[in-house]
Design a protein around this ligand. Structure first.
Ligand code: ADP
Ligand code: NA
Length: 340
């Protein structure tokens, strides 16, 4: 049977936020006991839109620092930077030739990110989901912890794995390989904060690219910034509901309760058992205290780590060597299968 392996990545595009932490990085840490994990700073994804080179280099180290500061173990597991392992780009090209135009045309993230001026979007932004499929399947990963926004891309990765296995079934067999050469990777989208929303607009997800800094809690924010942003977060005038059903059609309340639940390793029902009937002013103060309590140590450790870029580069270099060893095995087999 296929070994259980986790792969996931975060883009070094600045402004790492609470959504990235609760939807992804916190979960990366939790999965380390049950799986062999590969966590990647996906810099090739970042350049699908313009990045200032010096800022990109800084952000790469910052994302690596966030992984480590949150508790990812770069010795026991693998932490590296995508561009350091050439197999990602190589397999992505092969997947460009497997995936169908019609499949990519259905991707909603491209439509959102390209906006109205679609003719002027990079080809890379369009083909991004094929690179993401390559990231995962290069390690033949079986499980992918991500936020809700990545669900459609994961489905595409499964479709690509399936089509590759089918198209090349005879060659896979002739090479003596498992007929399910690529496993169909399973998304791990779970918990109370799979889609953290903007603090200013309950209909938009919290995002790195939102111009308003008040819309998100950054992992680099200090206690005062966290307190101010949570106190100013948009809410409705009602007290908190007593039950989870009462959160329906109250997106801002739902979001803040979900954030609290995720930070407390609890769930919305338990949070409402404690705070149901409370005014937002009281609940927000409790949320400030909890958020500061959980993020301050990560923030401090990130600061310590980014002050020593040499150390981060060594961790990433060591991770890249180990990742590359797995990637090379996969690529050698893929080339045999395709006839290259
Ligand atoms: P962003 O979407 O902020 O630019 P990435 O694309 O690098 O960040 O995503 C990194 C991880 O964080 C992905 O697993 C993504 O699903 C998750 N993520 C991003 N935004 C949120 C959010 N608002 N809530 C929950 N998870 C999120
Ligand atoms: Na994203």
């Amino acid at each position: 049977s296929v070994p259980q392996r986790v792969f996931s990545g975060v883009q070094p595009t600045g402004n790492l936020h609470l959504g990235n932490y609760l939807g992804a990085i916190k979960r990366f840490v939790e999965l380390q006991d049950r799986f062999g994990c590969i966590y990647c700073v996906v810099d090739l994804h970042a350049i699908t839109v313009w990045q200032d080179p010096a800022e990109l280099r800084r952000s790469i180290r910052e994302v690596a620092a966030a992984f480590l500061a949150a508790g990812v173990d770069g010795e026991k597991h693998i932490v590296f930077n995508q561009s350091q392992v050439s197999g990602h780009a190589e397999l992505a090209w092969i997947f460009n030739c497997v995936a169908r135009l019609g499949w990519l045309n259905r991707m909603t993230q491209f439509k959102e990110k390209a906006g109205k001026d679609r003719e002027n979007a990079s080809v890379g932004l369009y083909a991004y989901p094929n690179l993401m499929a390559a990231d995962i399947l290069l390690y033949r990963a079986t499980h992918v912890p991500v936020g809700e926004d990545q669900k459609q891309h994961l489905e595409l990765a499964r479709d690509i794995a399936q089509k590759f296995n089918n198209d090349f079934a005879a060659s896979i067999a002739a090479n003596g390989l498992d007929e399910k050469f690529f496993p169909l990777p399973e998304p791990l989208i779970a918990g109370p904060a799979t889609r953290v929303m903007s603090l200013r607009d309950g209909s938009k997800k919290m995002s790195k690219s939102e111009p308003s800094d008040a819309s998100r809690i950054n992992l680099t924010d200090d206690a005062d910034q966290i307190a101010s942003k949570i106190r100013k977060a948009k809410t409705d005038p009602l007290p908190l509901p007593e039950t989870v059903e009462g959160l329906k059609d109250r997106p801002e309340a739902d979001n803040l309760v979900g954030i609290y639940a995720a930070l407390a390793d609890s769930d919305a029902a338990a949070v409402l058992a404690q705070y149901g009937g409370a005014q937002f002013s009281a609940f927000k103060q409790a949320l400030v205290d909890l958020t500061v309590d959980k993020l301050a140590p990560i923030n401090a450790e990130m600061k310590r780590l980014v002050a020593d870029p040499g150390h981060i580069d060594r961790v990433l270099g060591h991770g890249a060597e180990r990742a590359d060893a797995i990637a090379e095995t996969t690529m050698a087999a893929v080339k045999d299968i395709v006839g290259l």
